[in-house]
Design a protein. Structure first.
Length: 196
């Protein structure tokens, strides 16, 4: 009990709760805006169902999965929600969703090792430390909770993973907490699969 009280006090002092609240609010806004834009585009401009069906018919799953892995490794170039929508149009949407979640998890691991190895070069280390400085500070303060936030919320998972590699965050603990990435994909799928 005393340990929990100390932990709670530490999180209050380091403003973890404020950060969590701000991230949740921003994440919620991002989700609402994303869904609103998709629905508006669907209603006024595009037929997303037809577009997604065309993607399914035109590109083989290995090509889409490879592109997604690249995106999830290199700074989260494309929002995973688009790929979840694509998965909804496949013959086995939940299997495709599992593969996407696995690609995201593996992409994070690759980013972790990139962070661990690339930063042996001082010029690259200094440049990237400056670019993701706030994430490094938060990771040092909050550890596993910050990895959890990166796995669950619209904060780019690859950037958090890169930061973990940079500061040599415990790899086993990173692997364990990053598993929440699967939960995020399932939660988002329940929403996106209903839309598409």
């Amino acid at each position: 009990m005393k340990r929990l009280q100390l932990l709670n006090r530490y999180y209050k002092m380091t403003q973890f709760y404020s950060f969590l609240k701000d991230t949740a609010v921003k994440g919620g806004i991002v989700i609402v805006v994303f869904v609103t834009i998709l629905l508006a585009l669907e209603y006024f401009l595009l037929d997303f169902n037809e577009l997604l069906n065309t993607l399914v018919a035109t590109y083989s799953p290995p090509i889409i999965f490879s592109f997604f892995l690249l995106s999830e490794t290199v700074l989260g170039l494309v929002p995973p929600e688009l790929f979840i929508a694509w998965a909804s149009k496949s013959e086995t949407p939940w299997l495709f969703l599992f593969v996407l979640a696995t690609m995201s998890y593996v992409g994070g691991i690759i980013a972790y090792f990139l962070g661990n190895r690339l930063f042996l070069i001082p010029a690259i280390k200094n440049h990237i430390e400056n670019k993701i400085a706030i994430h490094i500070v938060n990771l040092r303060k909050w550890g596993g909770f910050f990895v959890f936030i990166g796995a669950m919320l619209p904060l780019p998972h690859s950037i958090v993973s890169l930061a973990c590699g940079l500061i040599k965050y415990n790899f086993k603990q990173y692997l364990l907490v990053a598993l929440f990435r699967y939960l995020r994909f399932v939660i988002y799928a329940f929403i996106i699969f209903q839309i598409f």
